[in-house]
Design a binder for this molecule. Structure first.
Ligand code: NAG
Ligand code: NAG
Ligand code: NAG
Length: 279
């Protein structure tokens, strides 16, 4: 912004402009180098310009939000595959089987976790068709298929209230993380193997460690609020020879298209934990 600019009218006079003229020049009516009209135009220009930007932003945001569904994430992996987790929530299950205090935390944890699977609670849910996906595209509020804890038999905490921990044959519950819309192909089941020379005997509940198709798909917590994941209980039939040795057990989901051998994610379709029972 030049302040020494001369107009032809005062071109013949000696230049008298001072620094004050740079703020307000009485000869030309300029304020910081611009006339009032010029300033008004500039203000108007920026007003319109930023107004336009704000409008563009709001419009794009609005269009974007129209395409989002509250219940389904828009961007997902090509083939979403769930991770496996176990209960009790510990990857190091170590206890002295004659000391109630030591395994008490695991038993308590399993008991708390299974509250939502109480038979009395689950009786309010639907009896679904075995081996069929339970698709509910029409309803607003989705129904839930029953999963009663009594299905877990010796690992239900009902007949044996310590889940096998007292007898040194502990139960571990395996569940898949929820993935909205997941419909596993095939017949997914849990297969656990212990890393030792001779195979470790295990019992699975429900039989063969299967996850029934009726528990899929899951529709998200907004519309499927009382949904419970199916569970597989694994009872590790440890013997006296196993006591005092740390045993590594790996459980994998097999028999389906769910991934279970990703190099980068060791919880994708599998879970590894350690068990050590002392006496
Ligand atoms: C296990 O607990 C019992 C009873 O509290 C105790 O006598 C025994 O020494 C404990 N065993 C080990 C290996 O700590
Ligand atoms: C689940 O059942 C147990 C015993 O059967 C009972 O003590 C507990 O209160 C029940 N919990 C719920 C949430 O119904
Ligand atoms: C479980 O996995 C082990 C080891 O990978 C395998 O030998 C066994 O056949 C599997 N069992 C079933 C029922 O798939």
């Amino acid at each position: 912004m030049s302040t020494k600019e001369e107009t032809p009218a005062d071109g013949d006079k000696p230049q008298t402009s001072s620094w004050k003229d740079s703020i307000y020049n009485p000869r030309t009516g300029e304020f910081i180098g611009r006339t009032a009209k010029s300033w008004a135009l500039i203000l108007l220009f920026y007003l319109v310009f930023y107004g336009f930007l704000a409008g563009m932003f709001t419009l794009t945001m609005w269009v974007m939000l129209q395409t989002l569904d509250d219940n389904i994430p828009t961007y997902r992996d090509r083939v979403a595959s769930p991770g496996l987790v176990i209960r009790p929530r510990s990857l190091d299950i170590v206890f002295n089987r004659t000391d109630t205090k030591q395994y008490g935390q695991y038993v308590q944890h399993l008991e708390n976790f299974l509250q939502q699977y109480n038979d009395t609670v689950q009786e309010k849910n639907e009896l679904c068709m075995v081996g069929e996906y339970y698709e509910q595209d029409d309803q607003e509020e989705k129904k839930v298929c029953q999963f009663k804890r009594s299905l877990l038999r010796q690992c239900s905490g009902l007949s044996d209230t310590t889940f096998g921990y007292t007898e040194g044959k502990p139960c571990v519950l395996v569940k898949m993380n929820r993935i909205i819309g997941l419909k596993p192909r095939g017949d997914p089941y849990i297969n656990c193997t212990a890393k030792r020379e001779s195979p470790l005997q295990m019992q699975y509940f429900p039989s063969e460690g299967r996850f029934d198709k009726m528990y899929f798909p899951y529709y998200g917590k907004n519309v499927h609020s009382t949904y419970v994941q199916p569970l597989v209980a694994v009872k590790l039939l440890l013997t006296k020879e196993d006591y005092n040795n740390e045993l590594t057990v790996e459980c994998k989901i097999e028999g389906s298209d769910l991934r279970n051998s990703d190099d980068r994610d060791k919880f994708l379709g599998r879970v590894t934990f350690r068990v050590k029972v002392v006496e």
